[in-house]
Design a protein around this ligand. Structure first.
Ligand code: ADP
Ligand code: ZN
Length: 721
């Protein structure tokens, strides 16, 4: 008799062995239902090798109940899942869930029922029905999605269906996607682009599992270069995965891909409807989805024939997942390339220091584009020293930047003001008693959002209406906003240039692909004069009439003082500066700072990125921090302060004392209260050649934590709060 080892989804127990009923074929990777006690539960057949189970005699095994009708996960993906679970200290089941993202793919029916309004209102209108009626318009979606859209319960939607006000529509989930054409349009590449593209084409053709660092200044045409590699993968009948950092940015990107390949690519992100998700998943697993553009979660999907992975804007920190499985999609992408035997391209104008060091060591192959395409010049970067040249009291735009903006308005050109702070002001306080508005759930100030009339916490989402009086002293007209956010800068622009047409670009205003498309169209049509934006505008956009960029406060990022503060500041300012003067008209950038002598600022002004990378690499090497030494953060939290503290102390007391493996802490986290949980941190600092994960596992696994305590291990952490 045959036995298989099964990893169970949604269960703290397992893996377990089961017997295979006669006539059932269950290769590793098969998705199955199995009995667990009195219940039936879904799981996946896994290779016996890496898993340890309690040995049970064959005669006592229970049989697999059912094999689901979906293709088994292939060996390359199973190895990636094993690697990810092992490296990031996660459970295999939690990683597998990212490959099989919804329970709904297991149903394997060929269609899903959606609903829409018929136009005939229900006989009885309740306020809730009225609300749904007003909100839904001609939307068509599942009951759950419609309820979320309208902000009513599912019962309200179901009642509308019953009353005949909504009708059911069967939507097939296996409609084919249009096929992209590698030769739909092909640009003439310049010699530098040609050389890089030829090398990538060769690697795709040969199935080399080489990681490439496509390192080209902003506007050098990196996208056109990797499009050539994509075209080759299409000719080889292979699939392409293109990972992007910000989902709001995909719309202009999807259009660009459509223009190049004659077909809209398959998009994968958290905003997909269930029908779209099922359709995309099926096409990815069958190999019919040829170009997949997605956020980091697209990385674990079961591609049938992956031939190329591209990580665009690969330096972006949003590739690091900060909850659940805390992985870095950039690093996992490189591993997936190894297992799938396909090239991986990390594309960036400001590569992560980790990637640069790998390229310098010859582990990644560097392809360098030194010039902007078509003779466009790199923008001039000038400093405004705020201590010498301050803006008037209560304003944030210094006189030289104001003069340059006036000049652009006179010429009909566009300006971008960059400030990485959403809302109107980061802090509100009472002038009378000094009260500061704090989030009740987090160690954080409430951020003033005037556009939505609320105070909001950026950590937990807690929001309150704008107060009219101080809750402490009861005084009215005493609340003052401290410091600027983008909304406040927009007000300043409105006051100084009343006729200038403004656009605020943050996740509050650009919250869907449609909104992003609308914004791009408005800028392209020259219906916007001044863009005021957060880091959302630093990436990807190409606006020919944008010739002036102002960085309102270059010092914000340096204040945090963590490992990557200098690197992040350099990347953000270089990227936002890269939006200026990308076409025929030259660009000018002003950087406002109080620290004109900081090395990062100096490197930016002198356009000397090599000096920056060299100094930063040297500093990291001397401190033996990533990528030279290794870090792992351990975050221990509980709703009860003392319980969290005691658990953290216990972990600290049992920390191993080994050569090349040091543990710091525990200490209260800088963000010591987050979403109502008290947090303590320990930091592991290990030498490169130490088996850090194995040691951490041997240390933490035996500890019996109280039920209210959560322990998260963050390998290669980006966040230190
Ligand atoms: P990057 O991704 O390096 O910032 P892009 O690929 O967005 O640069 O290129 C910048 C602009 O130059 C885009 O509008 C792009 O279409 C154009 N471009 C780049 N290379 C070529 C080329 N070989 N032929 C035509 N247009 C090009
Ligand atoms: Zn909060």
């Amino acid at each position: 008799m045959n036995r298989v080892r099964v990893i169970l989804f949604n269960s703290a127990v397992g893996p377990f062995d089961y017997s295979v009923p006669a006539g059932m074929d269950l290769p590793p990777g098969s998705v199955v239902s199995v009995p667990l006690g009195p219940r039936r539960i879904d799981g996946i057949v896994w290779d016996a090798e890496p898993l340890e189970v309690q040995q049970i005699e064959a005669s006592r095994l229970r049989p697999v109940a059912q094999a689901h009708d979906i293709p088994p996960l292939m060996a390359a993906l199973r190895r990636l899942i094993d690697w990810t679970a092992d490296y990031y200290l996660a459970s295999p089941a939690s990683v597998i869930r990212m490959a099989l993202p919804t329970g709904s793919v297991l149903g394997a029916s060929r269609s899903i029922t959606e609903y829409r309004l018929t136009g005939t209102p229900p006989a009885r209108m309740t306020p809730q029905r009225q609300l749904a009626y007003a909100k839904l318009g001609d939307a068509q979606a599942t009951v759950r999605e419609l309820a979320a859209m309208a902000g009513v319960s599912e019962a309200v939607i179901r009642a509308l269906v019953q009353s005949g006000a909504m009708q059911a529509i069967e939507v097939p989930v296996d409609r084919p996607y249009p096929l992209p054409d590698p030769d739909h349009t092909s640009p003439q590449l310049n010699p530098e682009q040609r050389a890089a593209a030829d090398r990538l084409v060769q690697a795709v053709r040969a199935g080399e599992s080489t990681p490439f660092l496509l390192d080209g200044v902003t506007g050098s045409g990196k996208t056109e270069v990797y499009f050539e590699a994509m075209a080759e993968a299409l000719r080889q009948a292979r699939q392409i995965l293109l990972l992007l950092p910000e989902i709001a940015l995909t719309q202009p990107f999807l259009t660009r891909i459509e223009n190049r390949f004659g077909a809209v690519p398959v998009a994968w992100h958290s905003g997909l409807k269930q029908t779209e998700r099922r359709r995309a998943w099926n096409a990815i697993a069958s190999g019919d989805a040829r170009i997949v553009v997605g956020a980091r979660s697209a990385l674990f999907l079961p591609y049938a024939a992956l031939g190329l992975i591209i990580v665009d804007e690969a330096h972006e920190t949003s590739f690091k997942q900060e909850d659940g499985v805390r992985y870095n999609a950039r690093d996992v992408a490189v591993m997936r390339g190894q297992f799938e035997q396909c090239p991986v391209v990390l594309s960036s104008a400001t590569p992560a220091l980790e990637s640069r060091v790998m390229a310098d060591a010859g582990r990644y192959e560097a392809l360098v584009l030194t010039h902007r395409y078509g003779g466009a010049q790199m923008p001039q970067i000038a400093l405004i020293d705020l201590t010498n040249d301050p803006p008037p009291r209560g304003q944030w735009i210094a006189p030289p930047l104001l003069a340059a903006m006036q000049d652009r308005l006179d010429r009909g050109e566009q300006t971008l003001l960059f400030l990485n702070r959403r809302g109107y002001a980061p802090l509100t306080l009472c002038r009378n008693c000094g009260h500061r508005f704090k989030c009740p759930n987090c160690t954080a100030w409430m951020v003033d959002h005037r556009l939505s009339g609320r105070l909001a916490c950026h950590h937990c989402g807690h929001a309150e209406p704008q107060p009219s009086a101080c809750p402490d002293c009861g005084e009215t007209d005493c609340l003052v906003a401290c410091g600027p956010g983008v909304e406040r800068i927009a007000d300043e622009v409105a006051a100084l240039f009343p006729t200038a047409r403004r656009a605020i670009v943050t996740s509050d205003t650009i919250w869907s692909p449609d909104k992003a498309a609308e914004f791009v169209a408005a800028v392209e049509a020259r219906a916007i004069d001044v863009i005021i934006g957060t880091q959302l505008v630093t990436k990807g956009y190409h606006f020919p009439e944008l010739t002036l960029v102002g960085v309102i406060d270059a010092d914000i990022g340096l204040e945090g003082g963590d490992l990557r503060a200098g690197e992040r500041t350099f990347q953000q300012i270089a990227q936002v500066a890269g939006r200026a003067g990308r076409a025929a008209k030259p660009g000018q950038v002003f950087v406002q700072t109080r620290h004109p002598d900081a090395p990062v600022i100096d490197a930016l002004v002198n356009g000397d990125r090599e000096a920056f990378y060299a100094a930063e690499t040297q500093a990291r090497r001397e401190a033996n921090v990533p990528p030279f030494g290794r870090l792992a953060a351990i975050i221990i939290s509980s709703e009860d302060h003392d319980e969290a503290r005691d658990a953290a102390r216990q972990a600290g007391a049992t920390a191993p004392d080994l050569n090349g493996f040091q543990v710091y802490g525990p200490a209260p986290a800088p963000l010591s209260l987050l979403r109502g949980r008290h947090r303590f941190r320990l930091l592991v600092h290990a030498r490169r050649n130490v088996e850090m994960q194995r040691i951490i596992r041997a240390w933490l696994d035996p500890i019996r934590w109280p039920p209210g305590v959560r322990v998260a291990v963050d390998v290669d952490p980006y966040s230190f709060v």
